[in-house]
Design a protein around this ligand. Structure first.
Ligand SMILES: NC(=O)c1ccc[n+]([C@@H]2O[C@H](COP(=O)([O-])OP(=O)(O)OC[C@H]3O[C@@H](n4cnc5c(N)ncnc54)[C@H](OP(=O)(O)O)[C@@H]3O)[C@@H](O)[C@H]2O)c1
Length: 329
């Protein structure tokens, strides 16, 4: 039987305005980078997407290359949209991206107009959608003039294939320039997608100031450092965890020094009545600087646990100091 969304789905989630735009995003969003590929369990994917939506998560983030195989996450999401979520398309924000290597030859990577427009057309076909809500340039391309990438994004928005444009992994200076160029083209940059978590705080060195000044929203990725900022690796590496199966989180990163920090952070989280995952997400949300926090999950129960971060997303000065001290040791 096709899915019917819960009636109370909007009762607990917060919706934050994305920069100076008209668009609001759920405070937590769900990313489909891992666990939505051709090798993953389809029923589990459906359960994750529908659980997220029932909890008020309206934003689902993809990219052309998510899989494996590259493109298969978009195919699976398209299947879920068609069979389960079709009645809710206007209640959902779908994003996709291009910027990393996707197909052979000189036109399947980086930031040219040729690549971006062809890639979005492919993404739309894979997802069976007429448009995406947000289309991102996935990473800066130092070899393509920024004006060309910007004009491709502006063209895509003006053609209606995406409603808004964003960038990801751009530094402060690149973001400022891109924002200025796009504003001149009449398509303001909606959002930036940077990496941000308690271990990786580079956006605090200038990027956040640019985003505030330019009125650009932000959505942080890897807020749990791919699972390191949870209690799951404290007693070793559990079978089936990301560190056992992804080239993006290899077991050699999980060193005793890192786990010592995690243990300290876990104790602070317990003192707040939260799991470490919840505290790590709350820490991202603190002070309302980010529009949304982009989580990944391998099962619906993680999404249920993580959404509860919203119940306590403010910190005392003492708690923030204790977190900084745990990280600094
Ligand atoms: N723009 C970019 O360049 C870029 C790069 C990377 C990611 N992203 C986006 O950001 C999204 C999120 O990235 P991410 O998946 O690395 O985020 P993350 O939230 O840091 O990590 C998610 C992983 O942590 C584990 N986890 C989640 N909740 C947990 C809990 N409550 N307890 C224990 N473990 C938990 C799961 O891994 P297990 O499999 O171990 O259970 C889950 O797959 C991606 O899907 C993608 O949309 C964008």
């Amino acid at each position: 039987m096709a899915y019917t969304a819960k009636e109370d789905r909007y009762s607990k989630m917060k919706y934050n305005r994305c920069g100076r735009s008209g668009l609001k995003l759920s405070a937590l969003s769900l990313g489909l980078w891992h666990n939505f590929g051709s090798c993953d369990n389809y029923d589990n994917m459906v359960a994750m997407v529908t659980t997220a939506f029932d909890l008020g998560i309206t934003h689902f983030d993809l990219a052309n290359n998510y899989g494996p195989y590259p493109g298969s996450a978009e195919e699976n999401f398209g299947k879920i949209m068609k069979h389960e979520m079709a009645p809710y398309r206007d209640e959902i924000i779908v994003s996709t991206k291009a910027g990393y290597g996707m197909w052979d030859g000189p036109y399947g990577d980086h930031g040219s107009r040729k690549y971006l427009i062809a890639s979005l057309d492919q993404s739309l076909k894979r997802m069976g959608l007429e448009y995406v809500d947000i289309f991102y340039h996935h990473r800066p391309d130092p070899e393509t003039p920024m004006e060309e990438t910007a004009s491709a994004l502006a063209h895509i928005v003006k053609s209606g294939k995406a409603l808004y444009a964003g960038v990801s992994n751009y530094n402060a200076e690149q973001t400022k320039r891109m924002s200025e160029i796009m504003r001149e083209m009449g398509v303001p940059l909606l959002i930036h997608q940077p990496r941000y978590n308690m271990f990786e705080r580079q956006i605090e060195n200038g990027l956040q100031t640019v985003l505030e000044h330019e009125g650009i929203g932000s959505i942080s990725f890897c807020p749990l450092a791919q699972g390191l900022l949870t209690n799951k690796y404290i007693h070793g590496i559990p079978e089936g965890s990301r560190a056992t199966k992804s080239k993006f989180l290899t077991a050699d990163r999980i060193k005793p020094e890192l786990i010592e920090k995690v243990v300290k952070l876990n104790a602070i989280a317990e003192g707040r009545g939260q799991t470490l995952a919840q505290m790590a997400l709350a820490w991202n949300l603190r002070g309302g600087k980010l529009t949304s926090v982009l989580i990944g999950a391998s099962r619906p129960s993680q999404i249920e646990e993580n959404v509860k971060a919203l119940e306590n997303s403010e910190f005392t000065a003492e708690e923030l100091e204790a977190i900084d001290a745990a990280l600094a040791d």
